[in-house]
Design a protein around this ligand. Sequence first.
Ligand code: FES
Length: 429
Amino acid sequence: MSMATTMIAIKPLFSPLTHHRSSRNARLHHHTTRMPLSLNRVATRLATSLASAAAAPPSSAESLVDDFDPELPIEEALTPPSSWYTDPSFLDLELDRVFYRGWQAVGCTDQVKSPQDFFTGRLGNVEFVVCRDDNGKIRAFHNVCRHHASLLASGSGKKSCFVCPYHGWTYALNGALLRATRVHGIRNFDVKEFGLIPLKVATWGPFVLLNFEKDVSPDQEVESDIAAKEWTGSCVDILGNNCIDPSLTYLCRREYILECNWKVFCDNYLDGGYHVPYAHKGLASGLKLDSYSTTIHEKVSLQICEGGSTNNANDFDRLGAEALYAFIYPNFMINRYGPWMDTNLVLPLGPRKCRVIFDYFLKDSLKDDKNFVERSLQDSERVQMEDIVLCEGIQKGLESPAYCSGRYAPTVEIAMYHFHGLLYRNLKG
Ligand code: FES
């Protein structure tokens, strides 16, 4: 990562801390004249950091945004230029204005089913840990030790507390600093001021959502309905009634690293089934592609396709009579078909790299049918592998001097056009 990238990437990290520290900052400010030198330095550094956090993103990225014109009707519009998919400063702008604002899906409730369960993750430069505390409350924190910034936890599992692997500072699952090792002689140090920095967390259905934008106190609760409305815009009921079936059981997770920009995967998802007959011949035989329809909502697009006639009864068992593909802006997809639901979370890892996490849910009565489960997952995996080859090839094409912008197929790529328009509006701030 370049220095410029690092500086921009740091910026939003401080944003969630601002309010949390504000009472402390107010105290620091109030006592300025009597402040010990070391605390003066801390205050100065914090002020400098916050000032740089408020600095504008590079103008080069801002100017790239205007290379797309969302006002043109889809019949006349050009797709966003390749720089949106290749320029590192553009990803910084996306992190700042898209991913660090509003709610983002980061995992599912099954990962924190019982007290002391936890999982970790990263979005942009934000390392986070989500856990269920001893009282059953789900909490989320920056996964960073307050001593010298070591990452505290890794992966997922069960912990009664977070012990820093570097020097052993120990935090409770509610974020409080329980133990600071070997700090005898330290002055002006209050353990209450050095708990983990909380993040706003909510759940909706089986999904865990984080909000990196707003400041939060450790005990703040967020109503799931409020978070869901903010996350999905006007689509809570539609998704609740058509996509999210609480009777489905969480089955497993598959993760893929793709050598392409995160939007390449989203675009591929949002082309209204355009690529399916060419790139997924096996899948196409199980779908009635003529029936494909797309509905656009504020932050959600819904693509629906009927199951097709197939020679293979197993295909029909897996795909059912209708497949529903819901895209929740900016990077989350819910696929409902037959007895299955799977979700796809796309996380940028760099301008040309992303991680895609698939979580699979299945009708409870079928979860022990090993043949069916294995066959279905293999079929799904085949589609993913076909998409990965496609997406990585597209990224190479985007890097070529032969390509700048493309065109939309107006009758099928309406969801992609809507996605690009939403991005444009967010990126304009
Ligand atoms: S960095 Fe965590 S205890 Fe030192």
